[in-house]
Ligand binder design. Structure first.
Ligand code: SF4
Length: 306
């Protein structure tokens, strides 16, 4: 599995087969809360990073074996930086028959071609963490060539042009974007957008910077009341997955935790590998220097060592 991971438990999508179309870690932003660590390749140039036929073939094979609820473009950075994204969305939809979701940080939606390419997706989840340039620079640390006003106008334009499901994600970080004043600024942007849902999230996995602190559920609820639209607070995914054979446990776990830090419980839910098998596999990966544990909000997450 070179370009796919999971299916992983998504708090939004249920079981989602991730498609990773970028070399680690290529992004137009360097968010302080990023679960992938710091952005090593801060980029705004779009590129065809890998042979697109190879990506397509792997997605079709894995999707037919795992039957995910969504095939989701996400992974090692901002998926719209891959210039084959539009072709891949169309081909995956027609050849796998699975719904396609795109998680985007919104930073390239000011480009008309990017907006056109992702329109065939069934679901787009764009981020809107910052309503002011000052917060954007502190929280999302954008590529210097990006223009905040253009990015916001691109997001607003896309929301009004797109006919599929649009779920806006706002990730709240304590002391960064949770002030009453900033929430009012978010309201002004949301008032100009068309969307199906607004989802409030917070720092639920080990962040790139320790200064990225989570809000409590109560704090998120208070903010959701201040927002002038109905919001959903994303809750942890709980579905118990079916167990599969021990063959390839270590490789499957390593492929999954290379894309997102996971707990033993999440590995069971998403990969169907029970703790009595995942724990020895994780211990071996840690001993070999391929994985490392970290504690976040009292839970132990495992992530791949790069
Ligand atoms: S959170 Fe997403 S947008 Fe932000 S740096 Fe990480 S991959 Fe990029």
């Amino acid at each position: 599995m070179v370009y796919t991971y999971g299916p992983v438990p998504s708090r939004r999508l249920g079981l989602s087969l991730g498609v990773d179309v970028l070399p680690y870690k290529t992004c137009s932003l360097d968010c302080i809360y990023c679960q992938l660590g710091r952005t090593s390749n801060l980029a705004v140039e779009r590129n065809s990073f890998f042979p697109r036929e190879e990506i397509l073939a792997e997605v079709i094979t894995v999707a037919s074996e795992t039957n995910p609820a969504y095939v989701t473009f996400s992974g090692s950075g901002e998926p719209t930086l891959n210039s084959d994204t539009g072709w891949l969305i169309r081909e995956i939809k027609s050849k796998s028959g699975r719904p396609v979701a795109v998680l985007t940080n919104s930073s390239l939606l000011w480009m008309p071609e990017v907006r056109e390419e992702i329109k065939p997706a069934d679901l787009v989840v764009p981020s809107l963490d910052a309503a002011t340039e000052e917060v954007w620079k502190k929280l999302n640390r954008p590529h210097p060539d990006l223009d905040f006003s253009k990015v916001i106008e691109g997001l607003i334009d896309f929301s009004n042009e797109y006919a599929g499901q649009l779920w806006v994600e706002i990730l709240m970080v304590k002391g960064m974007n949770d002030s009453a004043e900033h929430v009012k600024a978010l309201n002004r942007i949301l008032a100009r957008m068309r969307f199906d849902k607004v989802q409030l999230n917070t720092v639920v996995r080990p962040p790139s910077e320790e200064s990225a602190l989570a809000l409590s559920y109560e704090e998120l609820r208070a903010i959701s009341k201040e927002l002038s639209v109905n919001t959903e607070i994303i809750v942890p995914y709980r579905k118990k997955g079916k167990q599969v054979s021990a063959h390839g446990d270590r490789e499957r776990i390593l492929a999954a935790i290379a894309r997102r830090p996971m707990t033993v419980k999440q590995i069971e839910q998403s990969l169907g590998i029970p703790p009595e098998r995942s724990k020895p596999a994780l211990e071996a990966l840690v001993a070999e220097g391929k994985a490392k544990p970290s504690i976040h909000e009292g839970e132990t997450f495992y992530e791949a060592v790069r």
